[in-house]
Design a binder for this molecule. Structure first.
Ligand SMILES: C[S@@+](CC[C@H](N)C(=O)[O-])C[C@H]1O[C@@H](n2cnc3c(N)ncnc32)[C@H](O)[C@@H]1O
Length: 223
């Protein structure tokens, strides 16, 4: 992932930060995908523990964390730099905008949305990230055979997400058995589990078969 240090931020870019050359057009694949390496996107990456562990475990893949809070972006960038994880980058931007407008079509092998804000009040449900339009955009950026993984401690948001996936109809449901493949716990997951809460998991796949080791990236084995 090239990190163009153009002077378009009101501050110097951080080491490990991904700064698009232009925030107002869709990225070209060459701007975000490196040499046919699979690209995984973690929306709302928070303090980045999941992102760091995934990047360490899968040096053959690239990871992009998306986070709107600058303090958290700085923290994740510091961790990636300290751990010399060149395959992990962070983009400070709003997740929906990134998926709907910035990421190129068919470029992403997995989109992770883990412990997102559940917006429990009915009048705030429209603020939830998982909506039919969002799923359409997720499906567009995924390569054929690519996956969307959603996890929450909030049962009602989980049911909402199931309903939206069914209403969209463009993603196939897959089984997600815990520990069936490498999937480190996120910071919020650890917190909720320490409080005795259940985590609800939804895993979906974009239909189609990825070209083996295509220029755009190779679908990773999920282990
Ligand atoms: C509840 S935390 C979960 C963090 C991490 N995924 C985890 O499981 O530990 C949600 C994170 O998403 C970020 N966030 C919430 N809405 C966002 C949005 N629309 N775009 C980008 N980041 C967002 C928040 O700032 C926060 O860091």
């Amino acid at each position: 992932m090239p990190n163009q240090a153009l002077n378009i931020l009101p501050r110097p870019p951080l080491a490990g930060e991904f700064v698009p050359a232009d925030y107002f057009r869709t990225l070209g694949r060459g701007e975000i995908c490196r040499d046919g390496r699979p690209l995984e996107v973690d929306l709302g990456c928070g303090d980045g523990s999941f992102l760091m562990e995934m990047a360490r475990h899968h040096p053959e893949r690239d990871f992009l964390g998306v986070e709107r809070l600058l303090g958290r972006v700085c923290k994740v960038c510091r961790k990636a730099t300290r751990q010399q994880l060149e395959n992990a980058r962070v983009l400070r931007l709003e997740s929906r905008y990134v998926v709907e407008w910035l990421l190129p079509e068919g470029a992403v092998s997995r989109v992770h949305l883990l412990c997102p804000d559940p917006w429990p009040k009915v009048r705030h449900h429209r603020r939830r990230l998982v909506q039919v339009e969002f799923l359409e955009a997720v499906s567009r950026v995924l390569m054929p055979g690519g996956e969307f993984l959603f996890m929450t401690d909030h049962e009602e948001y989980f049911q909402w997400a199931e309903e939206k996936v069914a209403a969209f109809g463009g993603l196939e449901r897959l089984e997600w058995i815990e520990a069936a493949f490498f999937y480190p716990k996120t910071d919020f997951q650890q917190f909720w589990e320490s409080e005795g809460k259940t985590m609800w998991r939804l895993r979906c796949r974009k239909p189609g078969v990825a070209e083996p080791c295509a220029q755009s990236g190779r679908i990773p084995e999920t282990r």
